[in-house]
Ligand binder design. Structure first.
Ligand code: UDX
Length: 441
């Protein structure tokens, strides 16, 4: 298609790598850009930088097609592209709740002077509302005189572990634009996805930025809501699983993101709700979203209460006890350990003197680098050898499928704490285990 815009994708992390690869597979000419030469070399050699089901195969396919290339040069990006996607991270600033916008800004500063023709720069990163307006000024100031450049915002909703499917078949596309031209360019840059009938919301820049944080805040609130109910259940000996199942059958409520347990972590939900609360305070509407502080507090309490439950199961002391920690990633089918509840709990138990051994099917490498003082093992059974308690922290299917009778052969004591409500309590109890989960009697 000769009308198809040529795309660059700046930033090749979870979001950017997935976006670049999928767009090339959909038929676009794509140039992936990253400041890190090692990352670029590995991608160009066909090595996916992240654990994402289906991505390695699509990377090979895209490279073979000749439509996907990688570079560290922003000059090359400016030369090549018509539409430039900003996919760099916006992590939490150390010591603050605010988002660190330095990567987004430096991407714009590096790219803008190299733009060579009428260009559209599209932000995909999650940013505080108002950022797009500010970046519009920046990109126009820095672009060469006479080069017409516009900025648009297209928030990204992909979930880790489902990144390919969420990119190829999103629930919706949100186009925050300041002109018809920008809107048409975005439509062209997503044509194959739009042709599937994907709904599009055309809106202004600020709304597009807000949709993302509003969505993640809602999801976080839903999880903390059910976990707040779990706290109440704990106090009265009621059963959070039955309660959640009952709510889920009301289709106005729905069962998604209503799974109680250790709560949310990852590179998005925790930092996004904090940055949103912070931004709202800055612009004088802090009161409107002050509940997000409580959502965060409820979520953090889950980790502390899980540690307390392990201590209780161990008769009051953790020190010297052998603890098998099942899971390190913030959720199954991911190697991501950013703000992972699992590692938080494992590390706290270790700090209390527990002899903790951690296993995770995908995140061990990352966990070892981040927490070198923890001990690790190579399998669910291996770390459970002679354990005083097994603690399920991330609900990978390899843990869900463990036979309680087989595990009983290796542990020291048949005690299991199910931090994710992932196991069949009756089955484990029948096999002679003391099964415990927060919010269940
Ligand atoms: C999230 C959003 O879902 C996605 O739209 C956005 O683009 C990025 O942030 P992700 O961080 O990949 O995606 O993970 P998600 O599947 O949303 O899970 C977040 C956390 O919530 C995990 O730690 C998960 O274990 C936890 N969770 C999820 C629950 O505790 N209970 C639930 O019912 C659902």
């Amino acid at each position: 298609d000769s009308d198809a815009p040529r795309l660059t994708v700046i930033g090749t992390g979870y979001l950017g790598a997935t976006h670049a690869i999928c767009m090339a597979v959909l038929g676009f000419e794509v140039l992936g850009v990253d400041a890190d030469p090692e990352k670029i070399e590995r991608l160009a050699a066909g090595e996916a930088p992240i654990f994402e089901p289906g991505l390695p195969e699509l990377l090979t396919k895209a490279l073979d097609s000749g439509r996907l290339r990688f570079t560290t040069s922003h000059a090359e990006a400016g030369e090549f592209g018509d539409v430039h996607f900003l996919c760099v991270g916006t992590p939490q600033l150390p010591g603050s709740d605010a988002a660190d916008l330095s990567y987004v800004e430096s991407a714009v500063r590096s790219l803008a002077p190299h733009l060579r023709r009428r260009s559209l720069v599209v932000g995909k990163s999650t940013v505080p509302v108002g950022t797009a307006q500010r970046l519009t000024g920046l990109v126009q100031d820095l672009a060469p005189a006479g080069t017409d450049v516009e900025l648009a915002w297209n928030p990204e909703f992909l979930r880790e572990g489902f990144g390919v499917d969420d990119t190829m078949h999103p629930d919706r596309l949100v186009f925050g634009v300041a002109s018809d031209w920008a809107h048409e360019r975005l439509r062209a840059a997503f044509k194959p996805v739009l042709d599937q009938g994907t709904p599009v919301i055309r809106t202004d820049l600020a709304t597009a930025e807000l949709v993302k944080v509003a969505a993640n805040s809602f999801l976080a609130t839903k999880i903390s809501y059910i976990n707040a109910m779990a706290e109440v259940c704990e106090a009265v000996g009621a059963d959070i699983k039955d309660l959640a199942d009952s709510l889920a059958l009301d289709d106005r409520i729905g069962g998604k993101f209503l799974r109680p347990g250790l709560g949310f972590g990852g590179g998005c939900l925790p930092k996004d709700i904090r940055a949103f609360a912070h931004r709202a305070e800055e612009i004088g509407v802090g009161q409107a979203v002050s509940f997000l502080r409580q959502v965060d507090d409820i979520n953090r309490r889950r980790r502390a209460r899980t540690v307390d439950l392990v201590r209780e199961v161990l008769g009051g002391t953790v020190a010297g006890k052998r603890i098998a920690a099942w899971g390190a990633a913030f959720k199954p089918n991911s190697d991501d350990i950013r703000d992972a509840p699992a590692l938080d709990v494992a590390h706290t138990l270790h700090g209390l003197g527990g002899d903790v051994r951690v296993y995770d099917p995908a995140a061990l490498g990352n966990a070892r680098r981040a927490f070198p003082d923890l001990r690790y093992g190579d399998g669910a059974f291996e770390v459970a050898e002679d354990a005083d308690v097994v603690v399920l922290l991330t609900e990978w299917s390899v843990f869900r499928e463990v036979e309680p009778e087989a595990l009983a052969e290796v542990v020291g004591h048949r005690r299991i704490v199910d931090g994710r409500h992932a196991l069949d309590a009756a089955r484990w109890r029948k096999a002679g285990w003391e099964y415990r989960a927060l919010g269940r009697s």
